[in-house]
Ligand binder design. Structure first.
Ligand SMILES: O=C(O)C(=O)C[C@@H](O)[C@H](O)[C@H](O)COP(=O)(O)O
Ligand SMILES: [Zn+2]
Length: 364
């Protein structure tokens, strides 16, 4: 079993990476001193596959679990769905020590985390991520949120889980498109913090796409280590944590313009990273070869680089509402080389427009 510790000032926790670990969730949770009633939030894709294993394990460990199944997809990251969670929690009599368990991908983790952060002003939260994206990124670090029609993740809280249990075996049932979406965040970790890891991904793209268990476990472990180190240094994103947003400024805008329907989060981040790399190279911050290497790895992992036909003005509207905007200036995460990024607010709009024009041009 692999363990990665997220060391924080007052609520450190462990990420366990364990093959077939889902069956042991009850034992893991026994150590948390929660009360018996537990609420599992999952979706209509994951629930039928894994909710029974989790509820059986929780029952065997003395818990009384209840399952709430929400619709799959980004549409469930809404205040309306959060309200369903609250109604279930209140009507089932969940108390301040009752754990809320997220069993699913990034949407379920963010939604369940938001509910756990706010129900009774905070109840224990457990992440059991079942998508690659959630295992390598969103289940770690305590960002929880729902979307607003005017932008992604605009309503939320920092609220750390008490435990993250990752079972790489569940990736066997993950649809191909979702696997690739997770790989976008994986590539992000190489770009922002680890050139050797980026090179490893480039060398092992085929094995990773073929879901080689050893390669996937290595990828999950490395991303969790890198993320845990960043979050330990800057839990609330006042400095270095901003770097985890590489590709997300344009990515969130692409998701928004597409109505959260055309591109999923990972695909939009892939387009955003291609854009951020182009912007960095245009500004002379990184060698053009580094931007090309990013494009090549994204392509090798089957990810998109462009959003053909998307409207420039509409994208700029979303960019203006990015969470990293301060005094009307966007704090861009830009690349200096593979493995090295920086934050800069010193980017002219005309440069951004030029990159967006490149990303959105309609193919002949
Ligand atoms: O954990 C972080 O910090 C990240 O930025 C990770 C991102 O991959 C993730 O998509 C996050 O939810 C985006 O956060 P936001 O603050 O830009 O909404
Ligand atoms: Zn992300």
């Amino acid at each position: 079993m692999g363990e990665v510790r997220v060391s924080l000032a007052d609520h450190s926790y462990s990420i366990y990476i364990q093959t077939a670990g889902l069956r042991q969730i009850g034992q893991f949770m026994q150590a948390l001193s929660c009360s018996k009633k537990a609420l599992i939030i999952t979706d209509g894709n994951v629930g039928p596959l894994y909710a029974a294993v989790v509820t059986d394990s929780l029952r065997a460990a003395g818990f009384a679990p209840q399952v709430l199944v929400v619709a799959p997809g980004e549409g469930s990251k809404s205040l309306a769905t959060a309200d369903r969670v609250f109604t279930t929690a209140i009507s089932s009599g969940l108390d301040r020590k009752s754990p809320i368990v997220a069993l699913g991908g990034g949407v379920i983790g963010d939604l369940a985390g938001f509910a756990a952060a706010t129900y009774l002003r905070g109840v224990p939260f457990v992440q059991v991520p079942t998508s690659l994206l959630a295992q390598v990124d969103s289940s770690v670090g305590g960002k929880t949120a729902v979307n607003h029609p005017l932008g992604k993740n605009l309503i939320g809280a920092f609220y750390q889980p008490r435990l993250v249990l990752i079972d790489p075996l569940v990736l066997d049932t993950l649809p191909e498109r979702e696997l690739k979406a997770g790989l976008a965040e994986v590539i992000k970790y190489g770009i922002i913090a680890d050139a050797d890891f980026f090179a490893y991904l480039t060398r092992n793209a085929a094995a990773i796409l073929a879901r080689d268990p050893a390669a996937l476990t290595a990828v999950i472990s490395r991303c969790c280590q890198l993320k845990a180190a960043v979050v330990a240094r800057d839990e609330r994103e006042t400095s270095v944590r901003m770097l985890l947003n590489f590709g997300h400024t344009i990515g969130h805008a692409v998701e928004g313009v597409g109505g959260y329907a055309e591109y999923n989060h990972g695909e939009a981040v892939a387009i955003g990273m291609a854009g951020a790399a182009l912007l960095s190279s245009r500004l002379g911050l990184c060698p053009p070869a580094a931007s090309t290497a990013v494009q090549q790895l994204l392509t090798a992992m089957g990810l998109p680089l462009t959003a053909p036909g998307y409207g420039l003005e509409e994208l700029l509207g979303y960019l203006a509402r990015d969470k990293k905007v301060v005094d009307s200036k966007i704090n861009w995460v830009l690349m200096q080389d593979i493995g090295r990024v920086m934050v800069s607010a010193d980017v002219e709009v005309k440069q951004v427009r030029a990159v967006l024009a490149q990303l959105t041009v309609l193919k002949q």
